[in-house]
Design a protein around this ligand. Structure first.
Ligand SMILES: [Zn+2]
Length: 262
């Protein structure tokens, strides 16, 4: 059993974001983000690559308090606000990129009333990659895999992987399911497409009962919670077991209102 919290961030608060929007729960201010990173540093957490967290060559080589920090969607505000803070504290992060939207805007939730957010360019992503940030796939167009045919879902996973390989020169090792929605067949598709694993979300508390490397459970970070609650949830997340041999089918999240994801 290995224990390594995986944090899930999205984007930073913008004055243009309507406070009523569902995804506003996923926003964080630069100030709160810095407080959280300082907290992690003060508590002696050390970021590790996802591959090392999932498949450590030798578990005794892992730091005593390993943690993985992930960002979904590749919004431009990561470049402006997260990158300098992460580098200041010596932390790494995994960025899950929507390859078909790089350099554009996140218009995929427009129909839900969500404001489109500017996304990073390939030049910026390549620079982050060279600086040691991990770049993973968030599919090609951010459509929920559960709403697609098998053929379409396969294409989403494969095309994104090929584009990342073409642009960055290395194959992405990990994937994050758009909106956290997936079924057992999508785990198999991701495996066949060549990914080493995939990040999911804790959508219901029952999700804590099982985890495997194609449904790595992440802790949703809410910008509205206090630093004490952040610390408490971090402590609780450490009890999430990771079991490579888990045979329990995944839960999907379409009926959940308990946690928001994007
Ligand atoms: Zn997303």
């Amino acid at each position: 059993m290995r224990q390594c919290p995986i944090l899930m961030y999205h984007w930073f608060r913008s004055i243009k974001s309507p406070s009523f929007s569902r995804s506003s729960q996923l926003e964080i201010t630069p100030h709160v983000f810095e407080l959280q990173m300082k907290y992690l540093k003060d508590k002696k957490y050390q970021t590790v690559p996802l591959q090392e967290a999932v498949f450590p060559e030798n578990e005794s080589d892992l730091p005593s308090k390993p943690i993985v920090i992930t960002f979904d969607d590749g919004t431009l505000d990561f470049w402006e606000f997260a990158r300098p803070v992460l580098q200041k504290y010596g932390f790494n992060a995994v960025l899950f990129i929507v390859t078909g939207y790089v350099g554009k805007e996140s218009t995929w939730d427009k129909h839900l009333g969500e404001p489109p957010r500017p996304l990073m360019s390939w030049d910026q992503i390549a620079e982050l990659h060279r600086a040691g940030f991990e770049i993973g796939s968030h599919t090609h167009t951010h459509r929920s895999l559960t709403e697609l045919t098998d053929r379409e879902a396969c294409l989403e996973l494969k095309e994104s992987r090929e584009v990342l390989m073409d642009k960055l020169g290395t194959n992405p090792e990990y994937l994050a399911y758009p909106r956290g929605f997936y079924e057992a067949r999508h785990k198999q598709m991701a495996r066949e497409a060549g990914y080493n694993g995939a990040c999911a979300v804790i959508l219901k508390w029952r999700d804590l009962l099982h985890s495997d490397r194609f449904e790595l459970k992440r802790m949703t970070i809410k910008g509205t919670e206090s630093i004490n609650r952040f610390g408490l949830r971090l402590q609780l997340s450490k009890v999430i077991p990771f079991t490579e041999q888990s045979k329990i089918p995944c839960g999907g999240g379409q009926n959940s209102e308990e946690f928001a994801d994007s």
